[in-house]
Structure formats: structure tokens, C-alpha cells
Design a protein around this ligand. Structure first.
Ligand code: FES
Ligand SMILES: [Fe+2]
Length: 445
């Protein structure tokens, strides 16, 4: 287990937020039962939502955007987590930067748009003006001796990995991001996400807690609810042990094994890394990455599995049948990359019972809509799947909010849900200085 987690878990002394923790919450975190869903307060109460924003989303690396969303100097996106807002920009030197979206004069929110392009950031209140590096350039009518250098925008830690932009709101971000980048970058880099373009982005507001959106994504036990996706996505995913696969999935399992054997030859010929690495709850920046075969044509997330974009995503990978590269990062990201496109998902908590799921489709920068791809075919399967998942998350939240709810058991194919919940609880314990009951600590996946 990583030193970050051990330090907090092994020491029963009070952590930075422990003094403000009520005894009931302390008991719920300390006494979480391994292998079962969380008690209702974690999902439904405002105080728990605020704790999640401060203890999870303000202390861990978060997926914020694709570099493709800010392709040119001056481009920016803003992203909000609770009361916090961050501006992500590309500066004149092509460097991706992140700053708190708060004016250094009297604190006004600087940018309210979700995206745009600008040469400078000008506060609407008294016109303090910052360059894209965050330096204060202009502040009218200040007293003699006023030093602009003392009032740059407050920086936010930012890290790009193979075209994906991650931020951390903490003053001391988890240092294992370098190690994680070293592992996942060789998987991602051949797909050239940094130079791709955004074909479409959607924001779906789900009526459920953010943890339910993440938990739902970590299992395919519910995949019968996704008939369109199941044309190409093998529902054997999530079973770590072949013996646990139910009999009704045997025909699919045979196809999965045959397709995997074929794809391993392709991946090896192309030098693509494919071996599964799962470190979902054994480090602060928990992640999972793997390359998997896909059903039918095996090329893309379409109804028949054929490519949705005639222009391959990467000039270095013209083969159509590559299966999918999939990655998951705690607490708020997953993605899939096929030969023709990438689809990225970020989870943004809005309220205890509201979560924004942002989906971004990337294609080759030179691919032309209407010529190389039809947008409805490119995005259709995941748009349908997202809506199906939103309905399931809403159903789960409604039932959990019912006083009759009691935490239930995870089955063998839900072991990655357990890994997410264990990562979440371990992070809270680490940050709040709460010792776990020794006997309840599962082995890291
Ligand atoms: S609050 Fe921004 S210039 Fe005054
Ligand atoms: Fe789903």
C-alpha cells in the first residue's frame, strides 16, 4: 500500500479535518463494512457532499479537460467543483496552466463562461487584468508602492498526460501522479490525443450522487440495461475470475476469448501495450488501464462495430480493428479509445443528488464532419448508454434515500466497485486521521 495511505490509516491521531468531524460521521468512516455498499448518509446528506468536495475533490488529482479543448494559445475552459472554480488555459508558450477563478482584488469570479478564447483575463468588477500566465498586468488607480507582482492569480497544480489535463486543488498534491503518468502514458501516447480535435461534448445532469455514477461505471452486472452497447462491449468485463462468469454468458465468453487471442497478435505486432494494470485502491491516484477486444467488427462503439470515422485517430495506427484502450482514474474519470475516436468521461459533483457527467468525443484533427464521420453515428451508442446509466443512477439514489435502505453486498463482478469505495474510505481516513479496523482492510487489487 502506498505511503500516503499508510501514513493516514495507521495513525489514529487527528488529521487536518478531524476536529470538525461529528462523532456519527467518524463512526461511519471508521466502521465501513468491506464488501457492502455505503450507508445512506454518504450519498444523500448535504454535509457529506461538502465533505466529499473538500476531502476528495480538493485533495486528489482530477480529470479536468482534454488538451484538444484548448488547442490554441488564449483558449480556456473553466470547471467547477462545489464552490471552487478553476480556469485552465493555454498560454502564449503553448503551456497548459490552471488558476483559481478568483480575482486577487476583492475576489470576484473572473470568468463565468465554460469556454472561450482571450488574450487577457479581465475582471468585470474593477478591470484588474491578468495575462494567460496569471500575472497581474493592469490595476488602475492604486496607491504608490502597489506591487502588481504580489497579486498574480493563485495557481492550481496541473499535469498533462498524453493530451489529458489533470488538476489538483491541494497545496501539496499527491506525488504519485508522476509514477501513474509513467505507467499510463506509454499506453495512451500512440493514440495522439494531444493533437486530436473535439467532435462533440455533452453535459448530462444525473439525478444521483457522484459516487453512484462512479460505482455504476465500475461494473457490467447491469449491462443488460445497455442493449446497444452490448453489440460491441463484451459483458464478461468485470469478472476477474473466469469461474465466476454465469452460464448464460458462456457463448459470449467463447467469442471474447477468440477475439482476445486475435487482438493480442495485433497489439503485439503494433507494439501496443495491453496488459491490465489495476491499482484502483492501492495509491492516492488510483487507476486502472487495459486494452480489450470488442465484439462484432471490433473497431468502434457503433451498432455493428465498424469504425464511425474513416480517418484513423492516430496517423501511426491505420489498422481499424484495435479493440479498445480503457482507463479509469479515481475519483472522476474513465475513457475508451478505439482506432477512430476517443471518448472521455468526467464526473463533476453538483449537489448530493445531482452529478454532471461530461462526455467528450475526440477524432483526428483533420477529420471532417459529414465527410469522414456522421456525428450521430460517432456519438449515438454512448449517448444512449449515458442516458440509460443516468436512469439507473437516479433509481439507485431514490432507493438509497428511502429510510428502508440498508447497505447490500457486492458480487464477484463488482470487485471494482468495492475498490472504488475502499479508495474513497481510505482517502477519508487518511485525510481525517481515522484508523481503520485492522481486520476490515482488504488486499489492494
Ligand atoms: S474584484 Fe476584480 S477587479 Fe475588483
Ligand atoms: Fe452502465
Amino acid at each position: 500500500m502506498n505511503a500516503h495511505l499508510v501514513a493516514g490509516s495507521a495513525d489514529a491521531g487527528a488529521g487536518p479535518g478531524a476536529a470538525h468531524l461529528d462523532p456519527e460521521s467518524h463512526a461511519l468512516i471508521a466502521g465501513r463494512v468491506v464488501g457492502r455498499s455505503l450507508p445512506a448518509p454518504f450519498y444523500v446528506e448535504q454535509s457529506w457532499f461538502e465533505r466529499d468536495v473538500e476531502q476528495i475533490f480538493s485533495t486528489r488529482w482530477l480529470f479536468a479537460a482534454a488538451e484538444a479543448e484548448i488547442p490554441d494559445p488564449g483558449d480556456y475552459v473553466t470547471i467547477n467543483f462545489g464552490r471552487r472554480s478553476v480556469i485552465i488555459t493555454r498560454d502564449d508558450g503553448n503551456v497548459v496552466r490552471a488558476h483559481h477563478n478568483v480575482c486577487r482584488h476583492r475576489g470576484a469570479r473572473l470568468i463565468t463562461a465554460q469556454r472561450g478564447s482571450t488574450g487577457t483575463i479581465v475582471c468585470a468588477y474593477h478591470s484588474w487584468t491578468y495575462d494567460m500566465d496569471g500575472r497581474l498586468m493592469f490595476a488602475d488607480a492604486q496607491a504608490p508602492g502597489f506591487d502588481k507582482k504580489c497579486f498574480s492569480l493563485r495557481p492550481v497544480a496541473v499535469r498533462t498526460i498524453a493530451g489529458l489535463v489533470f488538476i489538483c486543488l491541494a497545496d501539496d498534491p499527491p506525488t504519485d501522479i508522476d509514477e501513474v503518468a509513467g505507467i499510463v502514458e506509454p499506453y495512451l501516447a500512440p493514440h495522439h490525443l494531444a493533437t486530436a480535435k473535439v467532435a462533440k461534448q455533452t453535459d448530462l445532469l444525473e439525478n444521483g450522487n457522484w459516487k453512484l455514477a462512479m460505482e455504476n461505471n465500475r461494473e457490467c452486472y447491469h449491462c443488460d440495461g445497455h442493449p446497444e452497447l452490448l453489440n460491441v462491449f463484451f459483458p464478461t468485463w468485470g469478472y476477474s475470475d473466469a469461474d465466476a462468469i454465469p452460464d448464460r454468458l458462456r457463448p459470449v465468453t467463447d467469442r471474447y476469448r477468440a477475439a482476445t487471442a486475435e487482438m493480442v497478435d495485433v497489439w503485439q505486432r503494433l507494439g501496443l501495450l495491453y496488459v491490465r494494470i489495476a491499482q484502483l485502491d492501492s495509491r492516492p491516484t488510483g487507476f486502472h488501464i487495459e486494452r480489450e477486444a470488442m465484439d462484432l467488427a471490433g473497431e468502434s462503439f457503433t451498432l455493428d462495430g465498424t469504425a464511425a470515422c474513416t480517418r484513423p485517430l492516430s496517423d501511426d495506427l491505420p489498422d481499424r480493428r484495435l479493440g479498445r484502450l480503457s482507463m479509469h482514474l479515481q475519483p472522476n474519470m474513465w475513457l475508451h479509445i478505439t482506432s477512430d475516436h476517443a471518448v472521455l468521461f468526467s464526473v463533476i459533483p453538483v449537489a448530493p443528488d445531482q452529478t454532471l457527467v461530461r462526455t467528450t468525443w475526440l477524432v483526428h484533427a483533420d477529420a471532417v464532419e459529414g465527410v469522414d464521420y456522421r456525428l450521430d453515428r460517432l456519438t449515438g451508442v454512448w449517448e444512449i448508454t449515458n442516458n440509460q446509466d443516468a436512469d439507473l443512477v437516479a433509481l439507485a439514489h431514490r432507493g438509497i434515500a428511502d429510510p428502508a435502505y440498508r447497505p447490500g453486498p457486492y458480487g464477484p463482478s463488482e470487485f471494482q466497485v468495492e475498490a472504488f469505495v475502499n479508495w474513497y474510505i481510505t482517502t477519508l481516513r487518511s485525510n481525517l486521521g481515522i484508523a481503520p479496523p485492522v481486520s476490515s482492510m482488504p488486499e489492494p487489487v
